[in-house]
Design a protein around this ligand. Sequence first.
Ligand SMILES: Nc1ncnc2c1ncn2[C@@H]1O[C@H](COP(=O)(O)OP(=O)(O)O)[C@@H](O)[C@H]1O
Ligand SMILES: [Mg+2]
Length: 317
Amino acid sequence: MSGLISELKGRRVAVLAGGPSCEREISLISGKGVLEALASRGIDAFLLDPDPAGDFLGELSRKNVAIAFIALHGTFGEDGTVQRLLEKSGIPYTGSGPAASEKGFDKAAAQTIFKEAKLSIPGFEILRSSEAIVSARSFSFPCVVKPSRAGSSVGISILQSPDHFQAAVREAFRYSDTVLIEEHIMGRELTVGILGDEPLPVVEIKVQRKFYDYDAKYKDTGTRYEAPARLTPEQTEKVQKTALAAYEALGCEVMGRVDVILDRKDKPYILELNTIPGLTGKSLLPKAARVAGIEFASLCVRIIELSLERVRAWSDR
Ligand SMILES: Nc1ncnc2c1ncn2[C@@H]1O[C@H](COP(=O)(O)OP(=O)(O)O)[C@@H](O)[C@H]1O
Ligand SMILES: [Mg+2]
């Protein structure tokens, strides 16, 4: 760890957490965890809750920041906006660049890219305006209605029949100006963390509810996690390969987490890719890292090291 400390040359790490999105509360938990982890390794870090209308970039410059650790989720922090602003100000930051972040956060854009890359995804339709008259008759059921630009399962409905279709579409449009109607895939819910272009052990999510909704993610509803997932070596390889292909198709760097459903015929379907996965001690990427022998504090340090390597590679070009 002293390697990173000497690389920081007495400069500080700003942990960006909070922010303006509806995932603000989760981000604050992620940020505090990251801050404690870095402090436990002797790294001089502080928490900054960026106000897009305020002068957080000026604050970063004044505080002698070597790198911004982005622990933001949702719009502004995960969608490429903050990455673009930091890049313009010449401030290094953790994780993927603006273009990959923007695509990863927009499920319609990401699924379109995955489809072009011939990756395995659920069938989907994109609705671009709440004004468009959509009839439930154009879709098959069960289906999933989800906002394109949102996370933490907010605004998602799983519909078994056309009943409540219009209400579900209206609800999804509350969170995003684009909505996806997806084929519902039955199977095992898996997630694959990726760190520095290497897939981590697969984690299985076992929910007691209809699906992995907001409460199943963050409240005590009996959700269980198997880390590593009990899969055959062939299943593991297939799922990890699919996840890595999704990561590469979007041009992600440093880290990511790909949500996958493995259907009964052992076919993995990509649901989405998170460029800034949850980073609380209980989150899925940290769970996967732990199975690989990487404790949470080491994971945070590794994320900074990989990000600084990426910044150096850019400036060498
Ligand atoms: N096509 C689908 N088939 C089955 N379940 C789905 C599908 N899409 C989403 N889900 C369920 O909804 C949850 C959240 O969807 P996801 O696409 O991962 O968005 P979020 O960004 O909100 O996590 C998934 O973890 C899964 O339980
Ligand atoms: Mg998800």
